[in-house]
Design a protein around this ligand. Structure first.
Ligand code: GLU
Length: 460
């Protein structure tokens, strides 16, 4: 039997990290078994669904290089099938009209809560055999006895008694089909065999299984993916993970690193950390899906990203950087030198751009606070001696520059910090940068001495 899965976002917001991971697992589950995975937009909540969210979800998967089979399916376009299924359930005696007023339902609910019971419809209209009326809804006749048992692909065997479920509404009094009914009818329509989704839907699963059965359809397999939490064990916040996927693109994260990290967040195969998407398709079914929540860490994601960057050819990195900043060009010798100088310090494409800014053009500005602390009367004296020696050098080489630093240290009887800090701040505008001899070579004598001169003039 061919495995057919789906990812079914409601386009009411941006695609966040949890959604990407659910989609990835649904996709890998099918692809690793030679199957198909479809994308379905659950766009029936007209008030909250927006085209811009559908566009951004498509855009995100495009960037991630995750391709779904066929064209996206739109739940709103399957409405006639939703209505037909409700009609069939009515005809088969598996659904009924209910005209309970909202006041009655509210009263019932409050009473149940007061008595410490779980609120649930009391099936008042179930046996009344009512006809349609302007205010009535259609409810599902949920089985009253027995239980629903299913073998969750991630959580193992789950059993829920039918007594816990009530007769849910299938059709609202405004004529719109409800969520649980629409999902089941769409899954039937799309011949879905495996539903891999977030575990926030686990309470819907027994209800949906009952609807599948009532419609006489094959019940699919289910796998509920646990939540992703932040590092402190709370639900993902706006700051980490809960924002749109776009944020990671803007941070300079590579899509392959993001996918690798998300796959490992909740799935493992031995101790191996690195899997390309092609590897994952091959080995996903041999690995283990974890049934407890995982923690998302931006630092860990950056760690993966750094590794992916380090495996990339210099030309490939330059190509990506040249699209983000006009400083870099893949044909230019200086870009290669800049790249090699800062490589070890960069985990994202944006960090490459940030850490290299002082290498291109003029140094724009210094932090006034740092200047106040570093460019003191004493350190300006140190810079004066340093610059005269640098200007006198016959050969502009790493060795010679290091020698000059040593000479200044011993002449002035100072430690490395006393020369290193003003030297580094003068030529880079920052205190955290690669070794001075290496930066000086990449910048060249003229720019190094020019920047030191400027500082001496300004702070003397
Ligand atoms: N539309 C639901 C959501 O975005 C998913 C429903 C499902 O996967 O069955 O959470």
């Amino acid at each position: 039997m061919e495995v057919i899965s789906r990812f079914a976002p409601s386009p009411t917001g941006l695609l966040h990290i949890g959604g990407v991971r659910t989609a990835l697992f649904a996709w890998l589950y099918a692809k690793s078994r030679g199957g198909k995975c479809f994308l379905r937009f659950e766009d029936t909540d007209i008030k909250r669904s927006e085209q811009k969210y559908m566009d951004s979800i498509l855009h995100d998967f495009d960037w991630l290089n995750i391709t779904f089979d066929g064209k996206p399916f739109y739940q709103s376009q399957n409405r006639s099938n939703h209505l037909n299924a409700i009609k069939q359930l009515l005809e088969d005696g598996k659904a009924y009209y209910c005209n309970c007023s909202s006041e009655r339902l509210e009263e019932l609910r409050s009473k149940q809560i007061e008595e410490g019971l779980k609120p649930k419809y009391d099936n008042k209209c179930r046996s009344l055999d009512l006809d349609d009326s302007p205010d009535s809804v259609i409810r599902f006749k949920n089985p009253e006895s027995n239980s629903i048992q299913f073998n969750d692909l991630i959580r193992g065997s789950i059993e829920i008694s039918n007594e816990e479920l009530d007769d849910l509404v299938l059709l609202r009094n405004d004529g719109s089909p409800t969520y649980n009914l629409s999902v089941v009818v769409d899954d039937v329509e799309m011949s879905i065999t495996h539903i891999i989704r977030g575990d926030d839907h686990i309470s819907n699963t027994p209800r949906q299984i009952n609807i599948f059965k009532a419609l006489g359809k094959q019940v699919p397999e289910y796998g509920h993916v646990p939540m992703i939490l932040d590092e402190s064990g709370k639900r993902l916040s706006k700051r980490e993970g809960a924002e749109g996927t776009e944020v990671y693109k803007e941070m300079g994260i590579l899509p392959e690193a993001l996918l690798n990290y998300l796959a490992r967040l909740g799935w493992s195969l031995g101790d191996e950390e690195f899997f390309t998407i092609e590897d994952l398709v091959k080995v996903f079914k041999e690995g283990r899906l974890n049934n407890s929540p995982s923690s998302f860490s931006t630092d860990k994601l950056k760690w993966y990203n750094k590794e992916y960057l380090s495996r990339m050819k210099e030309q490939e990195i330059l190509e990506k950087l040249s699209k983000l900043s006009k400083n870099f060009s893949k044909k230019d010798e200086f870009s290669i030198k800049a790249l090699r100088l800062i490589k070890d310090r960069c985990s994202t494409l944006n960090e490459y751009i940030d850490h290299s800014s002082y290498l291109f053009g003029d140094l724009q500005s210094y932090d006034p606070e740092e200047c106040k602390n570093v460019f003191t009367v004493e350190s300006i004296e140190v810079l004066k001696i340093l610059i005269s020696k640098l200007k006198d050098l016959n050969l502009w080489s790493e060795d010679q520059i290091l020698k000059v630093i040593e000479q200044v240290k011993s002449e002035k009887q100072i430690g490395m910090k006393e020369i290193g800090q003003p030297f580094r701040l003068a030529i880079t505008g920052r205190l955290n940068a690669p070794p001075l001899d290496k930066i000086s070579i990449v910048l060249g004598r003229e720019r190094v001495t020019g920047r030191i001169d400027k500082v001496i003039k300004e702070f003397s």
